[in-house]
Structures are given as structure tokens and as C-alpha cells.
Design a binder for this molecule. Structure first.
Ligand SMILES: C[S@@+](CC[C@H](N)C(=O)[O-])C[C@H]1O[C@@H](n2cnc3c(N)ncnc32)[C@H](O)[C@@H]1O
Length: 249
């Protein structure tokens, strides 16, 4: 029997772009991020991506939400290898032989405090900053020691549900109880809220405000600059929620 010939040419191999979409405000994506987003055949995103950004995808693009909320995962990490863990995603793509590139984004670790009037390094106050996960270490592993009080500003991501434990660890580590500290929730968005305190009371203050995630905990002298730098809190002066509005600004 003659072999049937497939008349369709083999599809060109796909390519994955791992795009950092910025800290919240849709205008804080990069030009390259916007370019690949608006050209993509399919977009796989988490809950933190602003709807205005998804609206920039092609009308015929397939859109998949595979996001995670703390403790509530739409799809398990192992099956999606997604979000906030760009390195793991890149490793999974490399292992599967899928071509990919990384489009770095504006990290919330620096952008969220900056937008709230807290520069994480400021001459004479902090020569370094540390970005630390607020999550518990994986089971069976001890948490590495936290940096000490002379080692720069601390920026805790994903720590909203563990503020008390984190601040207790800081006090044990020798951080003075009156070190300035802040929690910034929903940074760069119109809903941004900042609670300011000191290491010994920031957890209780943030809990009292019932701050929603995502949020960042900041610890260090630089937090005190906020009093001079934050003209407002609650919205970015540049934030506009719709492309129509943006055209007119
Ligand atoms: C999985 S990490 C991803 C971080 C991301 N790779 C980056 O560099 O911004 C998610 C954490 O980033 C922080 N985060 C992201 N967006 C934020 C925002 N708009 N306001 C406050 N914190 C934010 C929160 O601590 C959140 O739990």
C-alpha cells in the first residue's frame, strides 16, 4: 500500500518567552514584554497580571490562567512550573528542549518600595538590600540565618501570612525592636496601602489593617524616608486603568 504523504508542512517549533509583567501597574511592563505579549499565539499567566495587559494579547490568542494564591493553587507547581519562579520555569523548558528566552521585568522587590517612598538603598543608610522569601523553608530544611542589623535593608516577599514569625526571628537575630518597618500591599496599583511601624509592632499593625496580598515587608532605616518622600498613598500618580484614558493623558 502506498504510503500516504502528509501534505502539511511540519509546524515551526514554538518558542516560549518568560516575561516579567512588572509589579502591578500595567504601565510598568517593559517595551519588549509588551511586544512579545501582543504577538503571542498563547498567553499563560498568573493572578497578578493586570487585566489591561491581557487585553493587549491578540484577539485570537489562547489565554490560560494558571495562577496561585497563597495556599490555594489552581494547578500544582510541578505540572505548570509557573510564576515567581522564572528559574524553575526556564530549567523545565531547557530540560524539555523547548526554545525559550527571558524578558526580565521590573521587580516588585525594588519598585513597590520606591513607589511607596522607600528607596531600598540610600546613601548613609543602607549599602545593600536583601530580598528574602517569607515562606517557611521546605520541610526538613532549616531556614538559613537572616542578615543582621548592619547588613542593609531587608525586603521580604510572600511573607504576609508570616509577619509575626518573621519579626520574631529578626528580634532574635539582634535587630533593635525600634527599627523602622513597613508593609506595602498592592503596590503601584490604585489600591496601594502602606502601613508603617517598627519591627516590634509592624505585624500587629498590618494584621489590624487586614492588608490584602500581594504585599512586601520592608525592614531598615530607609523606611523612615517615607515621611518625606511619599506625597500620597493609595495610587500612583501615573496609573490609569484603561488604554482610552491613557491616550488622553
Ligand atoms: C512569587 S513572588 C514574585 C516576585 C516577582 N518575581 C518580582 O520580582 O516582583 C510574589 C511576591 O512578590 C511581591 N509582590 C508582587 N507584586 C506586588 C505588589 N504589587 N505589591 C506588593 N507586593 C508585591 C509579594 O511579596 C508577592 O508575594
Amino acid at each position: 500500500m502506498p504510503k500516504e504523504h502528509n501534505t502539511h508542512p511540519a509546524p515551526a517549533p514554538g518558542r516560549v518567552h518568560l516575561v516579567g509583567a512588572g509589579p502591578g501597574d500595567p504601565e510598568l511592563i517593559t517595551l519588549r514584554g509588551m511586544r512579545v505579549l501582543s504577538a503571542a499565539d498563547a498567553v499563560v499567566h498568573d493572578f497578578m497580571v493586570h487585566p489591561d495587559l491581557l487585553a493587549q494579547a491578540r484577539k485570537d490568542a489562547q489565554i490560560f490562567c494558571v495562577g496561585k494564591h497563597a495556599g490555594r493553587h489552581t494547578i500544582e507547581q510541578d505540572s505548570i512550573n509557573v510564576f515567581g519562579r522564572g528559574g524553575e520555569e526556564a530549567l523545565a523548558l531547557a530540560a524539555a528542549g523547548i526554545p525559550f528566552d527571558v524578558v526580565p521585568g521590573v521587580t516588585s522587590a525594588v519598585a513597590v518600595p520606591a513607589n511607596a517612598g522607600i528607596p531600598v538603598t540610600h546613601r548613609g543608610m543602607a549599602r545593600a538590600f536583601h530580598v528574602i522569601t517569607g515562606h517557611n523553608p521546605p520541610e526538613g530544611q532549616a531556614a538559613p540565618p537572616l542578615p543582621g542589623p548592619d547588613e542593609g535593608t531587608l525586603v521580604f516577599l510572600m511573607g504576609l501570612r508570616r509577619l509575626e514569625a518573621i519579626t520574631a526571628q529578626l528580634l532574635n537575630r539582634g535587630w533593635p525592636a525600634n527599627t523602622p518597618a513597613a508593609v506595602v500591599s498592592q503596590g503601584t496599583l490604585p489600591e496601594q496601602q502602606t502601613v508603617v511601624g517598627i519591627v516590634s509592632d509592624i505585624a500587629a499593625k498590618a494584621v489590624a489593617q487586614n492588608l490584602p496580598s500581594p504585599a512586601i515587608l520592608l525592614v531598615g532605616e530607609v523606611v523612615s524616608l517615607r515621611a518625606q518622600l511619599a506625597r500620597h498613598d493609595g495610587s500612583s500618580p501615573f496609573f490609569t486603568s484603561s488604554p482610552e484614558k491613557r491616550e488622553g493623558t
